[in-house]
Ligand binder design. Structure first.
Ligand code: GAL
Length: 417
């Protein structure tokens, strides 16, 4: 009996010590949508790093690729007056929440760690509101990628990764003839939009992409180039297997891994899935940019919602500092499939796809072909993006003509602006 009481007393002391240290190093509740194999591994590196510093991490994952479900959950939490401490958020979404006065800034951390000196200016701009940092970027993802199973390509006699959509169609026709599903696709609006924007880049080039999907220019939206983009999307629809509706993106990646389909068109979070499954780039899978000689930018970042309590505020500061530390940027991005947001992290331990991403990013900045992702909320407001997703998905799942799709998309965007 005495012994039991003693144990209880010791654990009470332990708990007190623990809670003291948690108080000193902060607590965060982190809302994110990283639940696939590769994603969970990557966010696990952030959780461990935060806990290693003595912090307390409360995980709030909301499953659903692309984050649409997470954003719905976030709105409900904020409306209920109970926002999470840290939220995975990006692009104009950061500005929208900041404008509503919902975010704390982390300018103090940003200044003492000199974020301005190590972030690409384009990215730094997205993270700031009224000149102060309100978000900390974890990575640079590229959206315009093909992922392919080299054994299947070989089997069908496809010797090169396609560099134009016509070449892709020719490769896909060969694969079909060999009885292989050319394209693994998950029929969810954000995935349809991911494929669509990659097609737009390849058909129209970066300048057209910018006009149509970023500036929402009516002339571009109603152009023949847009009709041709829908024509190519219709082609791709013919290359997917019948079970595509509703499929999660990581299950589409798994089809390429298992040799059930030859290609997937997806951002480099797909690489995180291959790596988490122990697959080796250049051997078990290959990567190549989709056509267009551009770079469709997507960057994940965390924002810090207005919460009270010194422990929570400390948690926000510690997390912000950690996210931007060079060591973390390396570890995280090796798992996530992306490259660091910081420009000063050496890439020698990164694989060939990451090296390619980095080289193409620099080239794209130089020749003005870097474009922000519409599908991944880097370019336009959620409401206009919603119009794109609805229309593209309806097109993909019906026999709507490309002309009708172009007209209806332009009208919907004009209404929503
Ligand atoms: C993107 C996000 C990536 C990846 C993907 C699938 O929007 O930027 O980090 O998680 O969704 O969930």
């Amino acid at each position: 009996m005495i012994k039991i009481r003693k144990v209880a007393a010791i654990s009470a002391l332990g708990a007190a010590l623990l809670s003291n240290s948690a108080l000193a190093d902060g607590t965060v509740e982190v809302l994110h949508w990283w639940t696939s194999g590769g994603e969970a591994k990557a966010v696990g590196t952030l959780k461990s790093a935060f806990e290693d510093q003595g912090g307390t991490w409360n995980d709030s994952p909301i499953a659903g690729g692309g984050g649409d479900a997470a954003m719905t959950a976030l709105r409900a939490r904020v409306v209920a007056g109970n926002p999470p401490t840290a939220v995975q958020l990006k692009g104009p979404g950061i500005q929208e929440w900041a404008q509503q006065g919902a975010l704390n800034d982390v300018q103090g951390v940003a200044e003492s760690d000199n974020w301005d000196a190590v972030l690409p200016p384009a990215l730094a701009g997205i993270m700031k509101f009224d000149g102060n940092y309100v978000a900390a970027p974890v990575n640079i993802h590229r959206v315009d990628w093909f992922w392919a199973n080299p054994a299947l390509l070989e089997q069908a006699g496809v010797t090169e990764m396609p560099t134009t959509w016509d070449e892709f169609n020719a490769a896909a026709d060969k694969l079909m003839a060999a009885g292989i599903t050319p394209l693994a696709h998950g029929g969810q609006p954000w995935q349809d939009a991911t494929v669509f924007e990659d097609v737009v880049l390849g058909i129209g080039g970066a300048e057209f992409f910018r006009k149509a999907l970023v500036e929402l220019d009516q002339e571009a939206l109603t152009s023949e180039t847009m009709v041709a983009s829908f024509d190519q999307l219709r082609k791709l629809r013919g290359y997917v297997d019948p079970n595509f509706p509703g499929r999660d993106w990581n299950l589409a990646t798994a089809m390429v891994m298992r040799g059930e389909a030859a290609f997937q068109i997806m951002g480099d979070w797909a690489k995180g899935e291959f790596l988490a499954a122990g697959k080796v780039p250049g051997k078990d899978f290959v990567c190549a940019p989709t056509p267009g000689n551009g770079f469709v930018l997507n960057s994940d970042s965390f924002t810090f919602f207005k919460v009270s309590g010194e422990d929570n505020l400390e948690g926000q500061r510690v997390l912000a500092g950690l996210i931007m530390s060079p060591e973390f940027q390396k570890t995280f991005n090796l798992a996530k499939g992306s490259i660091p947001a910081r420009t000063d992290v050496p890439l020698d331990e990164f694989d060939m796809c990451a090296q390619r991403s980095h080289a193409d990013l620099i080239a794209a900045i130089e020749n003005n072909s870097l474009v922000p992702s519409m599908a991944h909320e880097m370019a336009i407001s959620r409401s206009v993006r919603g119009e794109f997703l609805d229309l593209v998905t309806e097109f993909f799942n019906s026999d709507m003509s490309s002309e009708d799709a172009t007209r209806r998309l332009a009208e919907a965007v004009a209404r929503a602006m």
